[in-house]
Design a protein around this ligand. Sequence first.
Ligand SMILES: NC(=O)C1=CN([C@@H]2O[C@H](COP(=O)(O)OP(=O)(O)OC[C@H]3O[C@@H](n4cnc5c(N)ncnc54)[C@H](OP(=O)(O)O)[C@@H]3O)[C@@H](O)[C@H]2O)C=CC1
Ligand SMILES: O=C1O[C@H](COP(=O)(O)O)[C@@H](O)[C@H](O)[C@H]1O
Length: 497
Amino acid sequence: MDNMNPKSIIVIFGATGDLAKRKLFPSLYRLYEKGHLNDQFAVVGVARRPLSADEFRNYVRDSVETAFQQKLTDGRFTSHFYYHPFDVTEAESYQRLKSLLEQLDGTYKTEGNRIFYLAMAPEFFGTVTSRLQSEGLTETRGFKRLVIEKPFGHDLASAEKLNDEIRRVFSEREIYRIDHYLGKEMVQNIEVIRFSNAIFEPLWNNRFIANIQITSSETLGVEDRGRYYDHSGALRDMVQNHMLQMVALLAMEPPIKLTTDDIRHEKVKVLRALRPIAHDEVDRYFVRGQYGRGVIHGKNVPAYREEPNVDPDSNTETFVAGKLLIDNFRWAGVPFYIRTGKRMAEKSTKIVVQFKDVPMNLYYRTNETIAPNLLVIHIQPDEGITLHLNGKKTGESTTITAPFQLDYCNNCIDGINTPEAYEKLLYDCMRGDATNFTHWDEVAASWQFVDPISEVWANTKASDFPNYAAGSMGPAAADELLKQDGFHWWPIAHPRP
Ligand SMILES: NC(=O)C1=CN([C@@H]2O[C@H](COP(=O)(O)OP(=O)(O)OC[C@H]3O[C@@H](n4cnc5c(N)ncnc54)[C@H](OP(=O)(O)O)[C@@H]3O)[C@@H](O)[C@H]2O)C=CC1
Ligand SMILES: O=C1O[C@H](COP(=O)(O)O)[C@@H](O)[C@H](O)[C@H]1O
């Protein structure tokens, strides 16, 4: 029986940081408002700066009010929040945290259930988990769970090291590795659209699909994250995790059942079937880009190399396009094109499934071809699906066709307020459902695929950087990647009014 009102203490390490403020506190508030958190929960914030409990509660209140642009009318929600200032590298303070958790366990009757959420820089992940064990915080009569933010390592070797450190303390079942794309409504819908519609699944293979395109474009630059991003780049920041997770969901076989293990098992098989890119093939399959100055929404914006905390001669990519091949029976020969970047023309995440052309075009007219059928899955900001079909052009002879679209808009329905990804993921973790979190085998397979590409890029200076203007759709080479296969990127701007 699903536990709809889980009880636990959530300890947030990095509680004064950007993620906690912008995502975690507002998500907890939404769960509270919806009645998914009964009164048996408490949140303990950990960070270095010296705040009193009241100051921390005001900080939480402020983050919720900012997120929802409304005033909290009372202190019921924030009364569940506590603050424990300490430097996580110092062993002594963990004992005091332990006493606080024991005391709160009695107050809120949380039955010893503890969630440790690491919302701080990854360099601390190993230290915190080992201290939690050595100081006895993981010895509890209830459940213990570890939520771990990205990035999970920098490459396969560092991810393995980190995994070994946390696995000494938590079992794989107790580890919830966050990939917030897996909490997005329409990413979760990929599986449902595929496996609950008789019209798609029989066509979902290399006999009927010509190619699949996944674009996740942003208009924002690196903002204040230059220090992290300049050592990461778009390949590690977006491709290794979010983009490959979407590929896995699109390409996986139907799971035997909808259990966490069965779904993960199918996703891992896809990631393992990705054709490895050898060092000398990187340029054939992947394109990197870095933005120069440009105009976004009518405003001039600086080049990447002019952003704060970015090396003025940086070789870091802010854009990646790639062609992936999945070497299995279902997908042999079907290219999966991915594209992601910062400072692009639109904020948009879309998947376009392009079906093969009909075997014989009866409606062919000189210099005209019939438009291919497309299934577009709109992930964000609009959510829904569009099916592109062809029909008779109204009033014309039957030989003249015109494209039309069947459109379903998920977030246009009155009253539907799609939950934030973090809201769903936090709730899943509290209920013990790890389906929408990444298993270690997925992380390892993704790094294995990405590592040769990042090695080549790290060792060769991109002489053409910056090679795309802010506000554009990336470098021309990304268009060439598809052109040489006879395809082109489908537009990502949505025609809805
Ligand atoms: N921000 C975002 O949108 C996203 C963030 N993430 C990931 O989430 C994690 C947190 O990111 P973000 O919130 O942006 O980071 P911030 O730099 O904004 O926050 C870091 C937090 O860690 C605390 N901290 C730093 N050093 C110590 C220490 N020695 N002991 C105790 N607390 C410490 C800081 O508080 P204080 O200074 O008071 O000690 C602060 O609360 C990272 O892993 C990031 O990659 C992932 C996706 C998106
Ligand atoms: O994980 C990350 O994702 C965001 C993009 O997330 P979205 O939900 O807005 O699409 C990206 O900006 C960030 O660099 C990356 O770390």
